[in-house]
Design a protein around this ligand. Structure first.
Ligand SMILES: C[S@@+](CC[C@H](N)C(=O)[O-])C[C@H]1O[C@@H](n2cnc3c(N)ncnc32)[C@H](O)[C@@H]1O
Length: 281
């Protein structure tokens, strides 16, 4: 089905973790609206402007972090598609991500796996079609693994998702993924332990006086990532700590980038990780 023109004033009823798709949309779309943007994403802007929601009241001033994260994921998917143009891309917890509009391809199959209420919100703005399918399932429900072909390479993304799961759920999901697919990449972002603790503390992590972020129980420091994943996945994988793309605008980001180069501080920053099965082509 063709994508419908988006009418303004759309209502989306989201709470808990699904509501956070509006936080990342806020950050991505606001970046895409700047004249000095690092991310071009007219579809995100269209959706952002259509939804009747006071983004700044909940999430405060927009930040480029989620645009940078999307850039890293877009680049990795584009690279995967160069090698495997008819491969499968599975976006776990995709929310209102508009990656499929930014990364051009003509053959791949894209599967969005998100909770039913999130898919309902997504379909107000983005329609599935034969090459872009929506699966209203939890990423923790292994049914989605059965729905992905095993005879093609697969690239699985989890952008802004795993931190919301308890560690045991993350490790068993990763084990099931790599046991199911021989030729597989899994890319996700992590938050450090100190940040996870902030969100799970009694008072929670308030972005503004009107919004407390949902708990993010899974935190991992960067220096622990390779050894932890090697242990969980029996050394059957290659783990790359990709990091966030560098960003030069604004004093805050310059300080963040400089501090991230100091090894002891680097450990306690967020990052982006790509895990590939050793049989990957
Ligand atoms: C922070 S948003 C990220 C959305 C999108 N990936 C992005 O970067 O803009 C978290 C997303 O995870 C989804 N989510 C939460 N729990 C989930 C679960 N158990 N299975 C699949 N998706 C889930 C939410 O509905 C939401 O879309």
């Amino acid at each position: 089905m063709a994508n419908k023109e988006i009418a303004k004033g759309a209502e989306v009823q989201l709470k808990d973790v699904p509501e956070t798709m509006l936080w990342t949309l806020h950050n991505r779309a606001t970046e895409a609206m700047r004249s000095d943007r690092v991310l071009t994403d007219p579809k995100a802007v269209e959706i952002y402007q259509a939804i009747n929601y006071d983004y700044e009241r909940s999430f405060g001033k927009a930040d480029p972090v989620h645009a940078l994260r999307s850039i890293a994921f877009d680049q990795a998917i584009a690279q995967f598609l160069k090698q495997s143009p008819d491969g499968t891309i599975v976006n776990l917890g995709e929310g209102l991500e508009t990656q499929r509009f930014r990364v051009q391809d003509s053959k791949a199959l894209w599967l969005t796996v998100d909770l039913p209420e999130a898919i309902q919100a997504r379909e107000k703005f983005i329609q599935p079609n034969s090459r872009h399918q929506h699966l209203p399932l939890s990423a923790l429900d292994r049914k989605w693994l059965d729905l992905v072909t095993k005879d093609k390479p697969v690239f699985i993304t989890a952008q802004g998702l795993f931190m919301y799961f308890p560690q045991k759920e993350v490790s068993t999901l990763m084990q099931d993924i790599f046991q199911t697919f021989d030729n597989c990449h899994l890319m996700f972002d992590t938050i450090p332990r100190w940040f996870s603790k902030k969100t799970t503390a009694k008072e929670g992590y308030s972005l503004t006086e009107h919004y407390v972020a949902p708990k993010m129980p899974w935190g991992i420091n960067r220096n622990e990532i390779k050894s932890t994943l090697a242990r969980w996945l029996n050394n059957q994988v290659t783990v790359e700590d990709i990091g966030y793309p560098s960003f030069k605008r604004g004093v805050g980001w310059k300080i963040f980038t400089a501090l991230s180069r100091i090894p002891i501080l680097r450990r306690i920053t967020a990052t982006i990780v790509k895990v590939s099965s050793n049989k990957t082509t």
